[in-house]
Structure formats: C-alpha cells, structure tokens
Write a protein that binds this ligand. Sequence first.
Ligand SMILES: [Zn+2]
Length: 646
Amino acid sequence: MSLPPGFLDELRTRTSLSQVVGRKVMWDMRKSNQGKGDMWAPCPFHQEKTASFHVDDRKGYYYCFGCHAKGDAISFVRETENVDFMEAVEILAREAGMQLPAHDPQARQKADRRSELADVMEQAVQFFRLQLRTAAGTMAREYIDQKRGLGAEAQERFEIGFAPDGWQNLWDHLRAKGIAEDLIIEAGLAKPSTRQGGKPYDTFRNRIIFPIRDPRGRCIAFGGRAMDPNDNAKYLNSPETLLFDKSRTLYNHGPAREAAGKGQPLIVAEGYMDVIALSEAGFGAAVAPLGTAVTEAQLQLLWRIADEPLIALDGDTAGLRAAHRVIDLALPLLEAGKSLRFALMPQGKDPDDVLRQGGPGAVQSLLDQAMPMVQLLWQRETEGRVFDSPERKAALDKALREKIKLIRDPSIRQHYGAAIKDMRWKLFNPRRQWTPKARWSALPEVQTATKSSLIVAAGDAAQDHLREAVILAVLISHPDLAQEFEGQIEAMHCLDPDHDALRNRMLRLLAEEISPGPEPMAAALGEAALEKLFAQPHLRIVPALRRPGDIELARMTVAEELAKIDANRGLQAEIAEAAEDLSGPADEALTWRLGQAAEAHNRAAHGTGEDKAEFDLGDNGARIDRREKDAFDALLDKINYAKRQR
Ligand SMILES: [Zn+2]
C-alpha cells in the first residue's frame, strides 16, 4: 500500500511524540521542561538509571545520548512494538484518528481478491486439520507423534494437517461449500487438468500439511511433506499466488517476531520441522525460509525483527555452502548494528536432531558458540588451504579484499578490514608456525652510520637492508599494495632505523585509512624521509620503480623481496641454532630442519619453476620480463662475488 503525499507529515503533526514515548518510559520531571516539550527519561533502548533519553516534542524527534538511538514517532513504535513501518503507521493513525488512505480502485480490487483467497485458504486449513484425525490420516499421525515426537499441543499450535491421497479430496470439499473453481485454482490449492475436459486436481496429495501464515496471521500458503518416501518432492510449497511471495515469506514469522520482541534470540532454521522443534523446546523466535536459500527480502525481514539473527545450519558441506551464499548476500546490505551469526550444527544433524539428543541445553550451547559473519568469511577463504608462498598469501589478501569491498557501509567495512587483519596476523605470524625460524634479536643490528661501508661488509644483513629499501620504495609508489601486504610489513623486522620509522608510519596510515592514495601516503611519511629513502642508488635499477604503473610487477617485487628476507633470516637463525645443537650428537631432525631451511632459502632466492610460471604472466595477462626483474638480484650477486674475491 502506498501512502499519499503529505500523509506522513500530517500523521507526525497530529502525533505527540512525548505521549507515544510516555507510555514506555518514566519521565525525569526534574530534568524535563514540559512547557517547552523538552522531555528526559531513562532510555527504553538500553539499561540505565540516569535519564539520557531526550524527546523534543516540537520537532517530533528523540535521541539517546547513551546508545544514540534516534528517530521519530513511527520509528519509536516500530522499535518498541516490534512491528514494520506500515503497521506502525496504522497504529499511530488509529490513535490520531486519521483514516488510512483509501486504496486506489485497482489496489482495492486486489485487496478484495486477496481477502477472498485468504478465506478459501482458511477453509483448506480446517479441511486438512480434520483429515489428520480420520482413518486416512493414521500413518501421518503416527509419523508426527512417534517419529517427530510432537504432542497434541504442538500440532494444535502449528495447525498441522493432512492432505489425503487422491486427486479431488480438497477440490470436492471446497466445491461442495460453494467456492468458485477459479478461486480454488488461484489460491494454488488445485491445478487445472491437462486433459481435455478433465477435472482440476489437488496440489497437495498424501502429505502432512503445514499452514504458512503471514505476520498478520493470514494463511497465505501451505507446505507439504510427502508421506510416500518415493515421492520425488519430499517437501512441496504452494505455488506463488496473489497471497504468497515465497521470497518474502518466513515460516512462523508472526509468533517469532513476538517472541523476539520479548528477548528470545531470532533463529533462522532450514525447514518447518526445525522451527516447530525449536519452538517446542522454548526457542520461540525461530523462522525458516521457504525453499532453499535465504533471499535479500528475507534478510531485510529478519533484520526488522532482530539486529543479529542467528543462522542455524547443518555442519556439512551443503550447510556451509548455504552459509556462504547468505554471507555473499548479506555483505552489501550490512548497516550499523545489523549483522548475522552462524550456528553450525554438528555434521549431518539439524536442530531437531540436536534437540532430541541433547535437549535445549545442547542447542543453547551451539547458539552461544555461533560465529560472527567475519569469522566464517575468513574460514571460507582459509580453511584447508596452505599459504606457504607469498603468492598464495597475496591471493588470499586479494580474495578477502574483494569481499570486504562489497560492504557499502564505510564504517562497517573498516571494522571488517580490521578484524580480517587481526586474523591474518595470527595466521601469518612467523613465530607461530614452522617456517625457517626467525630469530630477529640474534641478528646483528646495522646502524645508519655504518651504511656507507655496507657494501664492503656486504653480508646477508646488508642484502636485507637493500631489500628493505626496495620493499618500502615500491609500496610507497603503489599505496594500494601497501594495504595488501600490510600483515607482512607489520611482521617485517627492519634493520635500518630509518626504514623502521617509515614502516611504522605507513602502518599507522593503513590503520586509519582503507586505501590511502599516493598523496596522503607521502604526506604521512614526510618528505625528508622519503628523499633519503629514494636517494639510495640501488633503487634506480629496480624495474618496479621505473615502471610505476605496472602493479603486477610491483606486487611480485614486494612479494619476492619479502620472501627472500624471510628465508635469509630463517636460514641464519637455523644455522645459529644448529651450531648450538651440534655440540651434542647430530640427529636426523636437525639435518632435516637445516635442509628445509636451506631449501626455503633457495626457493625464495631463485624462484622455483612453479613460481616462475605464475610470476611471468601477470593477472592482466601481460608478460613480465623476468630478466629485467632479476637485475637487482644480479647486482646483489655481483656484490657478493666481489666480497668473496677479497
Ligand atoms: Zn539509550
């Protein structure tokens, strides 16, 4: 229904917000000034003893200085009565003595048709309910009682029924009551026969029936579970009708909304049986989508009921896949305060199974452990994969960044970025996994003053120093990459204090901004420091700096130099440790470890064939000249060679 222009303004004018709010709060009369319509009370949206909730009656707005809840009379009614926008308007209009606008003739007709259809559906509910009690319903009754353990009360509450086997049971019943043929068909209860002159036939045959009601309580559809195990549709819903839009409907919507309003967690289960079982176990705010996956419209409905619905899913592959679909759907829709959590049931079990085996406590503990969306997102991208190369880590960063980019709300995007960074740090922290061991403190510190003699002393440490400069310079020239490599830059131990300071400033900037451009980057790092960095002569031969637009080349350069520093230091640390251990008898583990470290060092220093194939062809398909790329390495080799010649 659409409202005519001016209706809402009129409604707001006629409504006294302090009157509407006054039903839910106790005014702090010392703080309030009634004459001015300036009212204060303890906030109805958060727990507090002081009065931080302010109503400006003249403007018709409220604002809480504690939890920042704000809005007008309509939003206040929506929030406190747990109803949707139109329902809130209806409530307020009734109180203000305003007539809801007359529908336009076509809408009027449609509404009339809808209520006719709803009447037919109601008759069908009665028919199905009765059939469950007849002899024909014996097997269905047994299934519900014994297999599902649903007592008379639950059957009553969910109006479970039975559609007997046969082609025209419901049809004949409704026709005998004088209901027009086209109404029965339009309600989706029967389908026209394909045979010439044939009688329409019942949609639901030999099925246990679950009425599906809209939030206002009208029966808009049925769900049917086949009694015959060989039926090719185990579950069947009504076809879409004027009443029933599958993608905008939630099973048990009305009762769940009411229960959620009383503080129950909103649980999204997979099917009717789960919802019924959960409700019976005391989880009254349970709903289910009708069909396979949750839709965008359903997500919006869920968020109107609760800020953080819990999606309960099978812990199997199909369940996870469904969860991932929901994540992809939800990411762009996230707004402040609205999110999802995922409660994964043990493999192969649904909430109904869990309840029967472990009781409500078992479900509660699964709900308590429900994962925030960001964690499931992380798990999807990382689980079962090995990130043993910079390329793979970069690919992970890229995939996660693509996902985070989908979030439209900038503040949420930032929080997701931060959470992901945190998890990435934990995953890649070299001290927590076996990579060639990094014993930074054992390495010789190189002072700035000794820089001029670096090349003379050129050992691995000096090489690392040169590599640090390359990494920083390339990242500064390609700020987008800095974001991508953030975790690794953070983990990098800079030998040069100037490099260290630059790196730290870069990290601070990245913490503040999602993707800093070149100017903010330069400004944050300081001109003098940048000049000093770029004055280092060896940077002049780095191709990634000579061709600043080539992001693939830049990415590859940073990844390689990081890996080489890592491997280099790892090898040194291993050797140092081995030297200690060697005072005792050499064992196989030690030999193996040294071998691994050396291999990692070689792999990083020279690139394996496999790496090369990935490297040589950039993402954009452009060929990258590896010889050119290797110019820097060639220089380092020369330095090393010169050193050995001495
Ligand atoms: Zn508040």
